[in-house]
Design a protein around this ligand. Structure first.
Ligand code: HT7
Ligand code: ZN
Length: 876
């Protein structure tokens, strides 16, 4: 692939007025007739040809204003269609006929078949695999769609917009017609056809319109769509109340499919979902599954305004819709559940997924300026860091001003394809605040490092805080400018109350937010009558790494007293990470591992504090992961030492807290039927983390085998099975439980995915042999992305000791798998390959093996653009 540069953006030469598509469905030979009305943009010379995008297409007919276009007037390459000598003044109609093979489409981009269902995925550049088209997000038009297909095989035929009509056709065929009046780019086009079950409901919008809601699933799975439907209605209501956004068609449809490259897709009025994010019932879905469904249903629905009504001018602006929409779904989940617990989960995810991206060879700005393969830019940087940037705008401006800026954005840009600059300008215009420096968050890659130190002056009753910011070098960005970093703070007195300073000097302060805007900055707080403990970056107000050497006793003080629950969790985590990194160093030096009693007692105090919600207490007890420890150590990592260190600390806590954990298991037991609400989920999570600690202090699997047998819901069952398999991989109780689980859920693909994942993540050197054996299992389906992710993805991303075995065998195995997946599904191959993005932070022997495996991939013939782009950047 060629490198695409933001600086090269220019509008199209031709304006698309209308799109009229007719599909004659056939599993291997679908006919697509596309009628496009264009006019030449004002000022564009009459000699300029029309160039349309294509991908693996063959043209079978081309008409200009209903007359055949002679071969001398156009060129077709499969990748593009160029038509010359088009009218200078008047609109013209181009009719393009192509034939495509949905059955052979294993990339899952364009029109494909999954389990007998026709389905499309057009973002980012999939529409060009359906027909020649100006396939870019700044080309907006209303679409009319006619679908013709075998009547018996396709009782359901769907597209975007409102239903116009449908009926029998000829010889067993039927047709359906749809019209979407809202101008949209081609990436939001969708078509679904086949034999599906449906769940129906309605929603009355704030101005009284009744909207039909339909969720389509495979026959027999209708009952499992109930939670998704409920989440959809709550999302629609919330968007009206919180953002004033109303739905704008008379029908909203969701289709769940089992082969899908990502989570879901926000096609206008017709969202297509990975069925993993639709289907749930207590027997087969975990609390986490329910939370994911709620969040993703909301996310795709919220795109209707942030992404669809207002879309991106070009793909460099991806964060305009994704970062903002993630921010919106985070706020939704925070309102539906516990805000503090939600924030903790967000930050855990950000740090474990986005921070490594920003610290490695794939680092790129939230708003990049160049790409080779746009599919590789659907990253946690664009999504999650993009959301954090939006969140910081809200923090900087305050809730009311943020709302004014959003209102202006919706009013000013409805129906347009716009840029990040247009978005930011709305907040500047609505509030008068200059966001020039703040905008560096969009342009500078890398996680800022803020170093803080504080000192207290008893005589003058002042507390002085020195801050320094440093933004690390990232690919193509060696030097960085200082950023505008909003830091929420509290000064906690020795009695535990929040001290209000008489005055703060040294920079702007709004409410509890310090504005760090220069490389070095000193804030002085006066009127502080006793030595305070500073809590900084509360609620993770900025996505930074903070180096602040605080004594364990001070961290324990924050953990006990801060009014910001997130900050209490953060303090416990900081305490734990100090212990865990020291433990990892000790293991490597052959020393005994110790666990600071300050940590143990702080954790157990939080665990037993009945004034705190159980979900929070569970988060407090969940130690940083092995990947978190590796990130903190930074370089020369030995995953085996990290694992051993973490196990030793867990065991020490388990022994010290046995009584607390036994008590919690009794206290958090739930009687009555399973409910997926946040409070019940919180109790289960506290009970399960207590259970996991207890097993660290025990030598036999008896307690876990009993927990597995007693479980009456998937959350508890999957947790017991995970602990059994990970703690006692070779015991009969484990193989029995695995066999029972597989037999019971054999016909449920989503549960069998869990069965594969649990085994893929069993730590230790035996993992690779297990993975290879599981690939030969009859339930392993090499073409199903969920299944591949559940086995190979879980192994590479989430089994640090198994994947990083010192002999490098697993890296070579992954390279082989990548090369096998790539020809079928390049997007999936490229994504799984990113599991090796932190290879340079491994100790030299492992790093050498990883390097060699990456070189094997790079040298392989016929690589896709997707994999080539990733592997080359990782090796740079
Ligand atoms: N906007 C959607 C992105 C997406 C996607 C991108 C590339 C290839 C396949 C894809 N499926 C979905 C999903 C979202 O962010 O809501
Ligand atoms: Zn999205």
């Amino acid at each position: 692939g060629q490198i695409v540069h933001l600086a090269d953006y220019r509008p199209t030469d031709f304006v698309l007025e209308r799109v009229d598509l007719t599909f004659e469905l056939d599993p291997t030979n679908t006919k697509v007739e596309s009628r496009l009305i264009f006019h030449r943009r004002e000022g564009v010379d009459a000699s300029v040809p029309l160039v349309l995008d294509g991908d693996e297409l063959t043209l079978s007919g081309l008409l200009l204003d209903q007359r055949e276009v002679p071969a001398s007037q156009y060129d077709e390459t499969g990748e593009s269609l160029t038509v010359r000598d088009l009218p200078a003044e008047t609109p013209f109609e181009l009719t393009i006929t192509t034939f495509i093979n949905p059955e052979a489409n294993t990339q899952l981009m364009g029109l494909y078949r999954t389990n007998g269902i026709y389905c499309t995925q057009c973002e980012a550049e999939g529409f060009r695999r359906i027909s020649y088209f100006p396939d870019r997000p700044d080309v907006l038009a209303p679409y009319t769609i006619t679908i013709i297909g075998d009547k018996a095989a396709n009782p359901v035929m769907l597209s975007n917009g409102n239903f116009l009509g449908g009926a029998g056709y000829d010889e067993g065929r039927a047709f359906a017609a749809w019209f979407d009046p809202h101008p949209k780019p081609s990436y939001l086009f969708a078509l679904v056809a086949g034999d599906l079950g449906v769940v129906e409901d309605t929603f009355e919008t704030m101005s009284g319109n009744e909207v039909t809601l339909k969720i389509y699933v495979e026959h027999g799975k209708e009952a499992r769509a109930a939670y998704a439907m409920d989440a959809l209605k709550r999302s629609m209501k919330w968007d009206e109340e919180r953002f004033g956004r109303e739905y704008d068609l008379n029908i909203f449809q969701i289709v769940a499919v089992s082969d899908f490259n990502m989570g879901a897709m926000e096609n206008k009025g017709l969202n297509v979902f990975n069925d993993k994010y639709v289907l749930a019932d207590p027997e087969t879905a975990t609390d986490q599954d329910y939370a994911n469904i709620e969040a993703i249903i909301a996310h795709e629905y919220f795109h209707n305004w942030t992404g669809n009504r207002i879309t991106c001018r070009d793909w460099f602006q991806l964060c305009l819709k994704e970062g903002l929409t993630v921010y919106r779904d985070h706020e939704f989940s925070a309102d539906m559940r516990s805000r503090a617990v939600k924030r903790i989960a967000e930050v855990r995810h950000l740090k474990s997924e986005q921070f490594p991206d920003d610290a490695g060879p794939l680092a790129h700005p939230v708003r990049p300026t160049k790409y080779r393969e746009i599919n590789n830019f659907y990253t946690t940087t664009v999504y999650e860091k993009g959301s954090e940037v939006t969140r910081m705008i809200a923090t900087l401006l305050g809730a009311d001003h943020f709302k004014s800026g959003m209102d202006l954005y919706f009013e000013r840009h409805d129906g347009q394809a716009v840029t990040v600059e247009d978005f930011v300008k709305c907040f500047e215009d609505a509030t008068g605040r200059d966001l020039t420096q703040f905008s560096l968050w969009y342009h500078q890659a890398g996680t800022p490092l803020v170093t803080a130190s504080g000192s207290y002056d008893q005589t003058n009753a002042t507390f002085t805080l020195s801050l320094e910011q440093m933004i690390p070098a990232t690919p193509a960005q060696p030097n960085k400018e200082p950023m505008h970093i909003p830091l929420s703070f509290a000064l906690i007195s020795d009695t535990g109350s929040i001290a209000a300073p008489a005055e703060v000097k040294g920079g702007e302060v709004t409410g509890d937010v310090l504005h760090l805007t220069t490389r070095n900055q000193i804030f002085t707080f006066s009127g502080i009558s006793s030595r305070p403990v500073l809590s900084l970056n509360r609620s993770f107000s900025a996505p930074i790494n903070l180096h602040f050497d605080q004594a364990p006793a001070d961290l324990a003080h924050i953990a006990r007293h801060d009014t910001d629950l997130f900050a209490r969790w953060q303090a416990l985590t900081d305490l734990a990470i100090g212990n865990l990194t020291q433990a990892a160093r000790d293991v490597r030096e052959g020393k005994a591992v110790t666990c600071d009693p300050v940590l143990t007692s702080a954790l157990l105090e939080a665990a037993g504090d009945e004034t705190l919600e159980p979900a929070f207490r569970a988060q407090a007890l969940t130690l940083p992961s092995e990947a978190d420890i590796a990130r903190e150590l930074g370089s020369n990592n030995d995953p085996d030492a990290i694992h051993a260190a973490r196990q030793a600390v867990l065991t020490a806590i388990a022994k010290a807290g046995e009584e607390t954990f036994l008590h919690l298991i009794g206290e958090m037991a739930i009687s009555g039927p399973y409910l997926p609400d946040a409070a019940s989920a919180g109790k289960r999570s506290l009970r399960n983390i207590a259970l996991s600690y207890l097993t660290y202090a025990e030598e036999t699997p008896a307690r876990l085998a009993a927990a597995f047998a007693d479980a009456d819901n998937m959350t508890d069952m999957a947790q017991a099975l995970t602990l059994l398999a990970h703690r006692f991989p070779d015991k009969a109780e484990t193989s029995d439980a695995l066999a029972t689980f597989q037999a019971r859920f054999d016909n449920n693909a989503l549960v069998i995915d869990k069965w594969f994942s649990i085994q893929a993540m069993i730590p230790g050197a035996g993992a690779l042999a297990r993975i290879k054996a599981l690939m030969d299992h009859p339930r392993f389906v090499a073409n199903n992305p969920n299944r591949v992710r559940s086995l190979i993805g879980a192994f590479a991303f989430s089994n640090p000791t198994g994947f990083n075995r010192p002999d490098g065998e697993a890296y070579r195995f992954l390279a082989e798998q990548i090369l096998a997946i790539d020809p079928k599904n390049p997007q999936l191959a490229a994504r799984i390959l990113t599991s090796m993005r932190s290879w340079r932070s491994l100790e030299p022997q492992r790093a050498d093996h990883a390097h060699a495996a990456l070189m094997t991939i790079e040298r392989a013939p016929g690589l896709s653009a997707d994999v080539r782009d990733i592997v080359e950047r990782m090796l740079k």
